[in-house]
Design a protein around this ligand. Structure first.
Ligand SMILES: Nc1ncnc2c1ncn2[C@@H]1O[C@H](COP(=O)(O)OP(=O)(O)OP(=O)(O)O)[C@@H](O)[C@H]1O
Ligand SMILES: [Mg+2]
Length: 216
């Protein structure tokens, strides 16, 4: 379960306090699928970064499956993320010097549980890219790149999948397919999903929708 308490996160400037997030309490049940919506600049990416431990709150507790991220050293947080969290970044962050298969394998390099041989191929087949293993990301369409990013995020068998507008750069049909795949895979494996999106059609596919502004 995700549990955030008394959170404040600001990026102060000379002219204002820069408060981005400030709320009392927010929980997501294990296995829940939550869409995070809100205006551009409302703090969706910031909230996902807090959940992943990539960013720390000014004050408050971020607890993931009973682990208070602030109680971990930076190295332990990196380890925790590698073992428990999958992240689909908005711009995918695929590495062009590596093949599609290698990009997916990188998703488990730092994880404690060593991925069984063939897992990357298996995941890529599941996302419909079994025939593109040796291509580089640049040789793929944007929709295909989204599928690679998704496969990579699953490589370490995460308990929590964070996705930052994963369908933002896809046309409606491709976006739908990637989203259906993401939600059905997560549901089958009991993975908790928090997904930022601008798209109301997208958010309708989730169990619940949270408007970031309403958390304040
Ligand atoms: N590293 C940073 N330094 C200073 N300000 C930041 C930083 N990261 C985010 N912000 C500010 O925090 C606010 C929220 O940003 P965030 O990226 O979380 O919004 P968002 O809801 O994801 O927006 P979008 O829908 O455009 O992706 C913005 O006002 C932004 O300028
Ligand atoms: Mg964002």
């Amino acid at each position: 379960m995700i549990h955030l308490q008394k959170i404040r996160k600001s990026y102060p400037s000379e002219t204002d306090s820069g408060l981005v997030l400030g709320f009392e309490d927010w929980q997501v049940e294990s296995g829940g699928q939550v869409a995070l919506i809100g205006e551009s600049g409302s703090g969706k990416t910031t909230l996902l970064n807090l959940l992943s431990g990539l960013v720390s709150p000014d004050t408050g507790v971020v607890s993931i499956d009973g682990t208070d991220l602030a109680k971990l050293s930076e190295a332990q947080r990196d380890r925790f993320r590698a073992d428990n969290i999958g992240y689909v970044f908005q711009s995918f962050h695929l590495l062009d010097g590596y093949s599609v298969k290698e990009n997916v394998e990188l998703g488990a390099v730092f994880a404690k549980k060593h991925a069984e041989p063939g897992r990357a191929e298996h995941l890529l087949e599941a996302v419909g890219l079994g025939h593109r293993l040796e291509h580089t990301p640049r040789q793929l369409s944007v929709g295909q790149q989204a599928r690679v990013a998704f496969a990579r995020a699953l490589m370490n068998k995460p308990n929590l999948l964070l996705a930052d507008e994963p369908t933002g750069s896809l046309d409606h049909e491709n976006g739908r397919q990637v989203l259906d795949l993401l939600l059905s895979t997560a549901r089958e494996s009991g993975i908790t999903v928090v997904c930022a999106t601008h798209d109301m059609d997208v958010s309708a596919a989730f169990d619940s929708t949270v408007r970031v502004e309403d958390l304040k």
